[in-house]
Design a protein around this ligand. Structure first.
Ligand SMILES: Cc1cc2nc3c(=O)[nH]c(=O)nc-3n(C[C@H](O)[C@H](O)[C@H](O)COP(=O)(O)O)c2cc1C
Length: 167
């Protein structure tokens, strides 16, 4: 898939079939995330792969988007490792780039995903549920699976609104 075609055709996917996502696919998505740029190339991202229905159910209780986490066969939980951070803004920007790479890789593999941020209200509970140390801060959960539908719509503002000036 061409990169621009992938960027423009990716949509958030919130409904999934029962089909499994292979371990190879999961690791391809994480690898794509890990190839995001980061300040000083410090690669502050860390991942937990949650496939078991028990653990997904546990995480699902921590967000109002529980249905998505119950249905998606895999949840990729993305953390920033505070022990390697050097600048709050830049490290968080790097995590955003990592997450976008993951979404695009998922799309390129013919899978679907949604970036779940609402669960951050329960960051500490997620970290505890996954038995991780305090050095790890939750950044997002990416629900991944085979799309049930491919007719999702989205919209963007006109570039004339977004581009403030040309000098
Ligand atoms: C930081 C962030 C947090 C998000 N949190 C959620 C969420 O908790 N639940 C959800 O269904 N979608 C979530 N989304 C997905 C957005 O709703 C979605 O990207 C946006 O509506 C545009 O749709 P599109 O991705 O299909 O283009 C989040 C996206 C971002 C970048």
């Amino acid at each position: 898939m061409e990169i621009l075609e992938g960027i423009y055709s990716r949509r958030s996917v919130r409904e999934f079939t029962d089909a499994v996502v292979s371990r190879e696919q999961v690791y391809e998505i994480i690898k794509a995330g890990s190839w995001a740029p980061s300040g000083l190339n410090n690669q502050p991202w860390r991942f937990v792969v949650v496939s078991s229905s028990e653990k997904r159910h546990e995480l699902a209780q921590l967000t109002k988007y529980s249905r998505i986490l119950e249905q998606a066969p895999v949840a990729l939980v993305v953390f920033v490792d505070r022990s390697v951070m050097y600048n709050d803004t830049k490290d968080h920007q790097a995590i955003g780039a990592c997450l976008q790479n993951m979404l695009l890789a998922t799309h390129a593999l013919g899978l679907g995903a949604v970036w779940l941020g609402e669960i951050l209200k329960n960051s500490e509970a997620v970290r505890t549920a996954l038995a991780l140390p305090e050095t790890l801060a939750l950044m997002a959960v990416v629900a991944v699976g085979h799309p049930l539908r491919t007719d999702q719509r989205s919209h963007r503002q006109e570039l004339a609104t977004l581009v403030l000036n040309e000098c």
